[in-house]
Design a protein around this ligand. Sequence first.
Ligand code: MG
Ligand code: ZN
Length: 261
Amino acid sequence: MMNMNVLSSSSPSHCTCGHWYVRHGICLACKEKPSLVQSRPFDYIFSGLRLSQEAVSFTKRLTTLISLHTHKKLHLVLDLDHTLVHTCKVSNLSEGEKYLIEGEKPCLKLYQSRIIKVRPFLEDFLKEADKIFNMYVYTKGNLEYAKELDSPVTKTLDLVLGDERGIVIVDDRVNVWPHHKRNLLGITRYQYFKHKDINKVLKPSYAESKRDESESSGALANLLKYLKEIHNGFFSCDVQEELDTKDVRLLIKGPFKPHGC
Ligand SMILES: [Mg+2]
Ligand SMILES: [Zn+2]
């Protein structure tokens, strides 16, 4: 009888749900509309999805466990601009680069008023890295937003659903990750077009001189080699339980720039 009383007294008005996962304002578990739960948007997974703080930390831990034990995958956070691609407004192309917009070029894409150059080896890199990492790309949008707000650019792992001990970050600007230095790999800034070329003002750009980074021994090819080493190092243990204490930060000891990157 006691039990029955307890059960019947838990009416929806005394909801004990933590409202961990809310979509378009409605809790996925109890269907209520929570108002006072602190949460963070995860629109990149489902539009309108928000996770509470508890849900974020629980999901990070769970995702890492599943990822490590079931798929043998780590997490890889890749910066986009100057790491994977270089983009430039068509109107900012130099005289010597205007040939690029005439005719089809397989490694160039026009998007709205911008021209996008993919870094050599990118396609192979993504295909191979995908086998050993869950991949995230940190887009320029976040950065421009930060600039507009006139705040210093700081990138965080808040939206990456994985434990820090299993996350590798790659960026051409290592100073934008002040809180995650030990997870961080530096890579040479990929500058294909002349516009805003800070280092090589006097030299012709790759585009002008019709050259490019090497496919087989450029930064992305060398990065892939290093990432495979990190992956091997992480999973090189005899007992499964050891995986629960492994930490990429002890392998990377970042910020670190791998050879040839
Ligand atoms: Mg960048
Ligand atoms: Zn709820």
